[in-house]
Design a protein around this ligand. Structure first.
Ligand code: CP3
Length: 341
């Protein structure tokens, strides 16, 4: 039997649609918090195959979702490029920011640093295959897209308007292009290794597409993403790839046409039924995470509206962004039940 998620990514509509949630593994789950309490170093936690396997499986086991998403982080690529990365308690990610062209030229990708991630993928595939409740779930691997990862590498943290990287891209286009090249190469290698370890689909997170000025969109988003998709597909032509350019708004159609992805993640600000993409391209989204936090009738009504609006099209049910930390796990169970009824 073809797994539901993979069949939609081939362009075949399914009713009810497959469902998974961005950030489905995380601090809203008590079983996640219990493991995390004993693993204060978040990078080491992501690179511990036993812990990462268990955390990947937790939401699939609990909610019988149609996909597992690998437990890792988009900032493991800068870590493997030799940039210092740490997660300060309550502050989110921190990196020693790249200050100049010399710092960019010194980056070297060391795939051995991410070998534990491949072990996690093999463990998750084996565990899901052995459990009837999880055997129909597909394992999604992922990476950040170059612009989004580069914002952290240049700014050194999240929560800015990305003025430093925008200034760099305008002022020194060749240095910026060099950084995109380094990230295209590392990310392609990383995703190909994930495919070889057993990832059944891949997602590219472009979480900060909204801060890219229109004049840089081609150089910062479309071109690097298209090159990664082409590199992965050269080795694994049938492996589906989902791109999630959050906040890309009017660029979505161009993004679908220019990058060659099989599916597009849509944020909650966008009218998903009105997004124009080639018929083979699946759309994924886009329930407001606040509705999941809130639960109840409003959540169920909006889920129903989305499913009806996407009827007959290749559609994957998801949120418009990640599960929010205070979300009660029962609301996820209610949402999955509503989608399947
Ligand atoms: O369940 C899943 O979605 C799989 C695992 C996953 C994580 N991060 C684990 C994580 C995935 C797919 C990511 C992607 C990621 N990481 C993105 C893109 C998606 C998005 O949210 O837009 C980004 C921008 C990052 C960078 C990052 N990692 C930030 C900004 C933070 C801090 C924010 C926070 O919630 O604390 C992280 C930490 C992080 N990554 C956590 C998890 C579960 C929380 C860390 C903890 O346990 O303390």
């Amino acid at each position: 039997m073809v797994k539901k998620l993979l069949s939609v990514l081939k362009g075949e509509p399914q009713s009810p649609p497959p469902v998974w949630l961005m950030r489905q593994a995380g601090r809203y789950l008590p079983e996640y918090r219990a493991l995390r309490a004993n693993a204060p170093d978040f990078v080491a936690y992501c690179l511990n195959p036993e812990l990462a396997t268990e955390v990947t499986l937790q939401p699939v086991r609990r909610f019988h979702l149609d996909a597992a998403i690998l437990f890792a982080d988009i900032l493991l690529v800068p870590h493997a490029l030799g940039q210092k990365l740490w997660f300060a308690e309550g502050e989110g990610p921190r990196l020693d920011p790249l200050e100049d062209a010399a710092a960019i030229a010194a980056l070297r990708y060391d795939p051995a640093k991410l070998a534990p991630v491949m072990q996690t993928i093999r463990n998750v595939r084996a565990a899901m295959a052995a459990d009837a409740n999880m055997a129909n779930a597909a394992l999604i691997g992922f990476a950040g897209s170059p612009w989004t990862v580069a914002t952290y590498m240049i700014e050194g943290k999240g929560g800015t308007d990305h003025e430093k990287i925008r200034a760099l891209a305008w002022r020194e286009p060749q240095t910026f292009a060099r950084l995109m090249d380094v990230l295209v190469d590392a990310t392609s290698q990383y995703l190909i290794a994930q495919a070889e370890a057993g990832a059944e689909a891949l997602q590219l997170f472009e979480s900060w597409a909204a801060t890219v000025p229109a004049g840089l969109f081609e150089a910062a988003v479309l071109n690097p993403t298209a090159r990664i998709v082409a590199n992965v597909k050269a080795k694994h032509p049938d492996l589906p790839i989902i791109g999630f350019p959050r906040g890309a708004g009017s660029w979505l159609t161009r993004y679908a046409e220019a990058t060659g992805v099989n599916g597009i993640g849509v944020d909650q600000m966008t009218d998903i039924a009105a997004v124009k993409v080639p018929a083979r391209v699946a759309l994924q989204g886009n329930l407001d995470p606040v509705l999941l936090l809130q639960g109840g009738d409003a959540m169920r009504a909006e889920a129903k509206r989305l499913i009806e609006a996407m009827k007959g099209k290749p559609f994957i049910f998801n949120l418009g962004h990640g599960v929010m930390q205070p979300t009660p796990p029962d609301h996820v169970a209610e949402l999955v039940a509503a989608i399947r009824s």
